[in-house]
Write a protein that binds this ligand. Structure first.
Ligand code: 5RP
Length: 228
């Protein structure tokens, strides 16, 4: 049933709740970062006695999980995870994503790589025909930031150091973030591969190799399930 009055926040709540059906009782679930994932964490409280715990992709999510009594495991304490639930800044028709708006891209990619299924939860504004309108986040080692910015400029992009309270933002890993606009990403896998090879790049926020297997998309007609 169509409900045009649903707000973006309500769409996020819908997909956060819908993701519970992918959580397997008795297991450890991978948990991402961001405002949509915060809805998932809130919903997960109803299953906290059924799951063994979570692996988290950021200090912020870890804090929220612990606050509702869900044990948080280090990645190195667990083997493969069945499911990783996370949001996206953009997702395309192939399940390729741009992520890192919340600066957690490196740990997100690590947990995604450890998981068999990436369940992306997003409101419909995140579904795009072509990736690249959202500035591409890239976590970098600070001493390499200027050179990496010039490498993006050579591709026609413009890289800006992300700030917080007027100073360079410092990630959970002690590094910095460049946000890159003006890129043309025709082949996400080739692009991810190329940027990964630049010295000083910790992680590029293009998730082509760790793409979504499923996207739960919050729309005014309800939750659409896209499978890739
Ligand atoms: C954090 C992320 C988030 O998943 C992404 O920014 C989407 O966030 P939100 O759900 O708040 O829109 O990649 O690093």
């Amino acid at each position: 049933m169509t409900n045009p009055s649903l707000t973006q926040d309500e769409l996020k709540t819908l997909v956060g709740q819908a993701a519970l059906r992918y959580v397997r009782p008795g297991e450890i679930v991978g948990v991402g970062t961001g405002s949509t994932v915060n809805k998932f964490i809130a919903a997960l409280a109803s299953m906290k006695d059924q799951i063994k715990g979570a692996v988290s992709s950021s200090e912020a999510s870890t804090e929220r999980l612990k606050a509702i009594g869900i044990p948080v495991f280090d990645c190195n304490e667990v083997d493969e995870l069945s499911v990783y639930v996370d949001g996206a800044d953009e997702i395309d028709a192939s399940g390729f994503m741009v992520k890192g708006g919340g600066a957690a891209l490196t740990r997100e990619k690590i947990v995604a790589a450890q998981s068999r299924l990436f369940v992306c939860i997003a409101d419909e504004s995140k579904l795009v025909k072509r990736l690249g309108a959202f500035p591409l986040p890239v976590e970098v080692i600070p001493m390499a930031a200027r050179r990496i910015a010039r490498q993006f400029e050579a591709l026609g992009g413009r890289a800006t150091l992300r700030l917080k309270d007027g100073a360079p933002l410092v990630t959970d890993n002690g590094q910095q973030i460049l946000d890159v606009t003006g890129l043309r990403i025709d082949d996400p896998m080739a692009f991810e591969d190329m940027v990964n090879n630049w010295p000083g790049v910790v992680t590029v926020g293009l998730f082509a190799f760790q793409k979504a297997g499923v996207c739960l998309l919050g729309t005014h007609d309800g939750v659409r399930t896209l499978e890739y």
